[in-house]
Structures are given as structure tokens and as C-alpha cells.
Design a protein around this ligand. Structure first.
Ligand SMILES: Cc1cc2nc3c(=O)[nH]c(=O)nc-3n(C[C@H](O)[C@H](O)[C@H](O)COP(=O)(O)O)c2cc1C
Length: 168
């Protein structure tokens, strides 16, 4: 168990953190930036579930939306706070897409992350705190995730999370 700390690492403008997974979300590839920011060695992450870098400050409903989007064959954009091996964290703006073989068969997923836009990061960091609190209050049930996701939608108003993040 990694104990989260308040130590933040800020992504460089030039870095793209890339990882690939199989269809179950197990890591099959991580680039040098992935290794650097996560703080893990390559042999420690290959074959591991991607939640190895899951930060407890991330709402469950955001990951539910991510998987629902991918399962529809669509791409997902989102703000994701990740947990480093040393307990520190780094914020990313992620784009996750399904990968197919030449026969159109799903073979896994691909994620590219870059430095988030500061104003939006402030918005999501605060909103995610409220969402996590809401999920805890309702014991992380499905109803909790629904309520937490409604909070996200209500805050963004007319625009969906997808429209808001994809436009970034
Ligand atoms: C290609 C790909 C990239 C992912 N990247 C991350 C990531 O950077 N951080 C993260 O916490 N989860 C990421 N996930 C989602 C995890 O698989 C998992 O759903 C999430 O960490 C929630 O874990 P939990 O269900 O155990 O709470 C990614 C999934 C895929 C398919």
C-alpha cells in the first residue's frame, strides 16, 4: 500500500505520458515518461492492473464513465490525478482510446497524457474533492457514483464532461 503525500510533481509541457493496456486494463507498455512520473521501474508495472497508480482523490464515477465510454468504442478525455510509487502525485489530462487489430478485433487500450490546463485543473481538483466526499457518504455504492456524477454534470451545466474535456 502506497501512502499518499502532498508532494506534487508537475508535468513538463513537452512530456507525453503513454501507456497501453490489454482489454482488462493490465499494463502492456509504458514509455519513459510513464516510468519517470509514476516512479516505478518498467518491470514493476508490466502486467499490473492500471489502478496501480490510482489516487484515492479520484472519484470512482470518473473511471466508471471512462470504461463506459471505451466499451462503446469511443474515446475518453479526462483529468486524472495519479499516485506515484513514493506517495506523491501528478495531474494529467488524459486521452484514452480503444485499439483494434487489422480485423477490427479489440486488442486493448491506449492512453496519452499531457500537462493539464491550470484553470481547468483547479476546477476539477475542487469538484473531484466534493465528488469523493459524496461517494464516501453513500458508501461507494452505485447510487453514490450516480450522485457524484450528477454533481459533475450539474457543475458543468449544459455541457457534458466529454464535450468539456474534448474541447480542451
Ligand atoms: C489505457 C488505460 C489507461 C489508464 N490510465 C489510468 C491512469 O493513468 N490512472 C488511473 O488511476 N487509472 C487509469 N486507468 C483506469 C484503471 O484501469 C482503473 O479503472 C482505475 O484506476 C480505477 O481503479 P479501481 O476500479 O480499482 O478503483 C486506465 C485504464 C486504461 C484502459
Amino acid at each position: 500500500m502506497v501512502e499518499p503525500t502532498e508532494k506534487e510533481i508537475v508535468l513538463s509541457e513537452h512530456d507525453f505520458i503513454i501507456s497501453k493496456t490489454d482489454t482488462k486494463g493490465k499494463i502492456t507498455y509504458g514509455n519513459q515518461s510513464f516510468i519517470y512520473y509514476s516512479g516505478y521501474r518498467e518491470d514493476e508495472i508490466l502486467g499490473k492492473p492500471h489502478n496501480i497508480i490510482r489516487h484515492p482523490d479520484m472519484p470512482r464515477s470518473v473511471f466508471r464513465l471512462m470504461w463506459q465510454t471505451l466499451q462503446k468504442g469511443e474515446e475518453f478525455f479526462g483529468y486524472v490525478k495519479n499516485l506515484r510509487k513514493d506517495g506523491g502525485y501528478y495531474w494529467t489530462f488524459a486521452n484514452v482510446t480503444p485499439s483494434y487489430d487489422p480485423n477490427g478485433q479489440l486488442i486493448g487500450y491506449y492512453s496519452v497524457r499531457r500537462k493539464p490546463e491550470p484553470d481547468r485543473l483547479t476546477l476539477f481538483a475542487e469538484l473531484y474533492q466534493q465528488m469523493v466526499a459524496m461517494e464516501k457518504k453513500f458508501n461507494s455504492s452505485k447510487a453514490a457514483m450516480d450522485a457524484s456524477f450528477r454533481l459533475l454534470e450539474d457543475t458543468l451545466g449544459e455541457i457534458s464532461y466529454h464535450e468539456f474535456t474534448a474541447a480542451n
